[in-house]
Design a protein around this ligand. Sequence first.
Ligand code: MG
Length: 332
Amino acid sequence: MIKFAYHKYNLVPVAPIGALATNGTRQGALFRIMWPDGGVGYADLFPWPEVGDHEIDIHIEALERGKISLLLEQTIWLARKDAEARTDHRSLFATGARVKNHFLINDYTKFSDSTMKDIKSAGFTTIKVKCGRDFNEEAGFVSRFIRQNPGFLVRLDFNAKASFAEFERFLSHFHTVERAKIEFIEDPMPLDFEAWTEARKMIAIAADFEFEKLDASKAEAAFFDILILKPARTDIDSAMKLIDRWGLKMCVTSSLDHPVGVAHACAVASRLKKFYPNRLLDCGCLSLKSYQPNDFTNSMFVQGPYLTGIPGTGIGFDDLFKRIEWTPIKIK
Ligand code: MG
């Protein structure tokens, strides 16, 4: 039988996380999973109650009753990849392709000239801005940013907070030349076939959380251009089938989760980059700066937009996984 153990943790945001999240400390759990074949793997489970996920304790209690939540399914899938690599004594970062990441701006009001200088010299060429609190102010920020930084592309995440009229008004702030610097708008408004079809005539549209509401088997044709893949939430194999069928581009991102989740997202992105170099856009896996650093953050090697490695086997962190306290789960 598969044996589970967990380790609960808190993450403290350094700034409010867009319009989606409630402020304050967030909670998730790392899982250690042992398979009957001797494989041992690790992965994260980080719920977003704001989009309807159960709190972490509910996932753990369900597992004690033998029930596996959708998020836990992804945790198990990722932990298995980790376990296989650990068994072979190889790092999941040793063989994949190099993946460039965007710089995430959760709160643009805290974005300063000195941060801009830093990200430019670190080699970033894309930013992603969380929007949805005040579209007029946000359009002002983005248009200033584009004028001052012509070498950058901008991605915007509306988290389905706009109406169609607000979306149109937002875009009216930009001339054609500026608009070309907006690479895509993610989840512009609540999922709706007709509204999204109209929206993508104006700008490329990416689907993230709104995609989870879609029964893709029933949708006949693509009504967005890019699929955001979160390995912590999305079944990658079935998403890849849709990406092929609809000719979509893709962008792997973390779930704004623990560094272990970030590490897994980076490993998946680098594997996909190897096999689909033209379909995979720059990614959004390096969200480490969204939270106060912990021991895991500090053992990752990051160079500007790139994760350059994590020492150890699998996704790394071998010593830390040995050191932290695990609570075994007794399945009733
Ligand atoms: Mg999003």
